[in-house]
Write a protein that binds this ligand. Sequence first.
Ligand code: ZN
Length: 344
Amino acid sequence: MGFKELIPALPPLRLLQQSIRSDRVGHAYLFSGSDRSSLELAALAMSKAMNCLPASSQGSSSHGGDFCDACQQCHRISKHQHGDVQWIRPESKSRIITIEQVRTMLSTLHLKPNDARYKVWVIVDADRMHSQAANAFLKTLEEPPGATLLLLLTTHRDRLLDTIRSRCLNLHFSGESLDRLAKEHQEWLHPLIEKLASQPNGILEKYQALDILSSRLASIRHTIEQNMKERFLSPLPKDAEASLKKKREEEMKAAIEAEYRRSRSEHLSAMQWWLRDRWLKSIDQNASRLAFPSVNLSDEATGHSHSHPAMLANMKILEDLQRALQTNVQEALALEVHLLKLQL
Ligand SMILES: [Zn+2]
């Protein structure tokens, strides 16, 4: 998958591709938008485009400033196994990017890339930078080393220091994430909502809907576990020390949990968007800006007319569920309790 495939979902990538083609890439970008995973996707694409092997051997212009997604560089970047493309994220407990994390980054920044053309640092949730960390970082933004690209990602652009914002080229990715959301979630979400809507007070149908959601979540967890095993354990040599193995396994566990939570939250967001669509449609048959424009919502709703407050209450239930899952509540129980409350 290259820029071509991504641009329909993430239009600002077109600008990045143009700047690569014309050899006018900035040294620091701020990607903002409501959907973190879209921003990460954009950062991955940019990292690959800057370092793709076929692209560089042919000169970036003849390659159209794109990336192949198949060469060794692209492959390692996709798997987060490229030493020259590093990601910083808020630390799990405090959800803060610490001064230590920034110092580690700064200490390697002036070194030449090992085997990439560009060294890339991606800072996820850049707004979570501790103020000390942000200040340390600022100096580098003023005088960036060569062959370096800094990509700052934020879902809360307003929380970033002005001084940081103004030193980056800003790209905003709002709204586009909806297309991706619809593509990824329509298929499993459709039967679930149909179940809920088929029999508004049917307890059996609600449990069937719960089953659909639970098995979907089980399958994404499985996929995440497989991917993380490959990322954390496969690179270990066979004769690796037990202590190293143990450390990696612990890191892997934390990464699985974080990624699973992110994905679960996205699944529930998709459901929220769907419910929002239904609500919009009930107010205005010609409503635009729907998240799932290709779904015929009026079919689902045949026979039932629900009040607007009831529809709003459904969205609120999903919000409560998201909030509950951020605590240490038991997942299966939280899903059951909240899903049974929905009135479609
Ligand atoms: Zn490539």
